[in-house]
Structure formats: structure tokens, C-alpha cells
Ligand binder design. Structure first.
Ligand code: NDP
Length: 319
């Protein structure tokens, strides 16, 4: 058990957290990042990244995040591999305690705990993650040029992913557990008109089939829940789009959130309803879910935290 005090405590180690660390360290604010369970965040479960600017060749998601971590550390960010499990934002400085019984106190807090994709819970889903199984068509769609892919889900994300994938893939099959999509009508209409997309209604995925050495998805076993009939769908890529959930459990009842649990911040800002507490990245914005957007949001949070601390210092000097 140890006690840490810092002007800027950053919770989360995805692109938002590391960027907030890089900026606040360069501002001389000695930030501490508490990494959370999934060190490096969601990019560590994708394979190649080729839409993050600055890398002419595709880079492994894990490598990109290791490099961000190294960059943050080189600039003086202290990174603790631990998970915040309890917070006390009633008094200032704000306090947090961790799974490993460490205590953290921060004059400002930047929450960058991200969101997690929902998974189907199938055994092979974990095995083929990054090798045919993805939760982000924008990130991984291009790797399925001229191949058959499936999208699981019936919401706006599934619809948008299917439409996006139809630009690359030979054919896209949406697999949806009911007989109607929940996606907006305009998206449904676009899907209906797209000859490269078909829908398997009332169907659930029972298993993911693939090869070893190299790991590669080759198909899906799907079951029609109305007829109980099963069949094999031949696909090389599977995009799971059954929703995300923000990692905000510990902030419930303390920070303002929308009905899905995403933290609400002021317009054009990362400021939450508590002064000096900022939220950046996917935890605050479910709309775009891109690493570059999260990094930008982390930068804004860092600049706002710095401005807040300056204002506080000014206030204290004038007491
Ligand atoms: P949603 O929760 O809207 O949809 C999830 C879909 O996955 C539903 O069709 C649901 O089925 C299905 N599903 C959930 N769990 C399972 C499961 N275990 N097995 C099989 N299917 C499952 O999530 P989205 O990510 O699509 O959207 C999240 C939010 O973001 C929404 O508010 C959406 O409108 C918004 N969004 C808006 C966009 C836009 O405006 N352009 C783009 C993308 C998202 P069922 O329908 O039966 O419940």
C-alpha cells in the first residue's frame, strides 16, 4: 500500500489517458496515470492500425499503445499498473483508492476509462480476436477486401458497419437475432438498396469456426431461433456490433451521465459537473469511438486541467 499525491491524476491508459499524460507532463504538472485493467485500452485488442496519423506503414495496436506509454514515461509521467475501485470527490483534493490498496490524491482528475465493446461470450471469440474477429469496421474493414464478412447486431452501429464494409468486402451478411432492425430507417433503406448486403433474420451465432497456424476465421455456425435450424456461413471476417458500455460504474451517482452511463461534459469541453474533474475519450463520447478522437479529447482535458490549476493557484495567491 502506497500513497500518491499529484496535481493531475489520470484514470485510464488508452489514447485519451496517455495523451492527457503527455500534455500535463510537458506542462510540468507531474501527472500520474493509473492504467486500469486493460493496459493500453481497446487498441490492444485490435490487430493492425493504419488510420492513426504518423505511421506510414500499418502498426500493431499493441505496439502503438506501448509507444504511447513509452512516450508518456519519457516525458516524466508516472504510470501505476493498478485499477481505481473507489472514489471520493466530496473534498478537494479528490481521492481515489485502488484494487491494490493504494491511495491516490489529485487536485484534478482526468477520467479516461473508455468504453468496452460487448462480446457474444463464445469461446472462439477470444481465440480469433484480431484474427478475423473485430469490433471496429473502420479500424479493420480494409483487411477484408474481396472477402465475405458478417456483422452481428441490428442497431445503428451494425448498420453503419455493414454499409462501410460493403465498400471493401465481396459480400456482407448481417446476422440479427430478431425480425426487424433497430437501426434508423434511413440506414435500413440504404441496406435494403445495397446489393452486397443481406440479412439473416432471427439468427444467432452458435460458434465461430477457423483455422490454426495462422489463426484465421473461416465461418460461422448460425441458428435460426424460429426454426431451430443451423447452418454454416462461410466468412473470413466477423464484426461484432452488439453495443458498448462505458466504464463508469464507480462514478455512478456522483458524475452526471446520460441514460447509457456516458459521462456528460460541458459543451465543447471535457469539464464534468464537478470542478476540476474532466472526462476524455470514449467514456465521454460514444459517437466516434476512434483512437485519434480520444487522443484529441485527452489533449483538451489536459489543457483544461492546466487552466483549472492555474486558476486555483491564482485564487489561493489572492486569499
Ligand atoms: P444498440 O444497443 O443500439 O444495438 C445493439 C444491437 O445488438 C441490437 O440490435 C441488439 O438486438 C443486438 N444485440 C445486443 N446484444 C446481443 C447479443 N448478445 N446477441 C446478439 N445481438 C445482440 O448499440 P449500437 O452500438 O448499435 O448503438 C449504440 C448507440 O449509439 C445507439 O443509441 C445508437 O443509435 C448510437 N449510434 C448512432 C449512430 C448514428 O447516429 N449514426 C451510429 C452508431 C451508433 P435487439 O435489437 O434485439 O435488442
Amino acid at each position: 500500500m502506497a500513497e500518491y499525491k499529484t496535481p493531475v491524476l489520470i484514470i485510464g491508459s488508452g489514447p485519451a489517458g496517455y495523451t492527457a499524460g503527455i500534455y500535463t507532463a510537458r506542462a510540468g504538472l507531474k501527472p500520474i496515470i493509473v492504467s486500469g485493467e486493460q493496459i493500453g485500452g481497446q487498441l490492444t485488442i485490435t490487430n493492425l492500425v493504419e488510420n492513426y496519423p504518423g505511421f506510414p506503414d500499418p502498426i500493431l495496436g499493441t505496439k502503438l499503445m506501448e509507444d504511447m506509454r513509452q512516450q508518456a514515461q519519457n516525458l516524466g509521467v508516472e504510470i501505476i499498473n493498478d485499477k481505481i475501485v473507489e472514489i471520493d470527490f466530496k473534498n478537494h483534493p479528490y481521492e481515489c483508492s485502488s484494487e491494490n490498496h493504494n491511495l491516490f490524491s489529485g487536485q484534478t482528475i482526468i477520467i479516461a476509462t473508455g468504453a468496452s465493446a460487448r462480446w457474444l461470450g463464445l469461446e472462439n471469440e477470444t481465440k480469433y480476436r484480431g484474427f478475423g474477429i473485430s469490433v471496429c469496421a473502420t479500424c479493420d474493414g480494409i483487411f477484408f477486401k474481396n472477402k465475405n464478412v458478417a456483422v452481428i447486431g441490428g442497431g445503428n452501429t451494425a448498420a453503419e458497419e455493414a454499409l462501410f464494409l460493403s465498400n471493401y468486402a465481396d459480400f456482407v451478411t448481417i446476422i440479427h437475432r430478431r425480425d426487424s432492425l433497430r437501426a434508423d430507417k434511413s440506414l435500413q433503406e440504404k441496406i435494403r438498396r445495397n446489393h452486397k448486403i443481406a440479412i439473416e433474420w432471427n439468427s444467432v451465432v452458435e460458434d465461430i469456426i477457423g483455422k490454426e497456424n495462422p489463426l484465421e476465421v473461416t465461418g460461422l455456425k448460425i441458428k435460426n431461433v424460429k426454426t431451430d435450424q443451423t447452418k454454416i456461413l462461410s466468412v473470413n471476417g466477423v464484426f461484432i456490433a452488439i453495443g458498448h458500455h462505458p466504464n463508469t460504474e464507480i462514478f455512478k451517482g456522483i458524475l452526471n451521465m446520460d441514460e447509457q452511463g456516458y459521462i456528460i461534459t460541458k459543451h465543447d469541453s471535457t469539464q464534468t459537473n464537478i470542478p476540476g474533474i474532466f472526462a476524455a475519450g470514449d467514456v465521454q463520447s460514444p459517437r466516434f469511438r476512434q483512437a485519434i478522437v480520444a487522443a484529441g479529447s485527452g489533449c483538451i482535458a489536459a489543457l483544461e486541467a492546466e487552466a483549472y490549476l492555474l486558476e486555483q493557484k491564482f485564487k489561493y495567491q489572492n486569499l
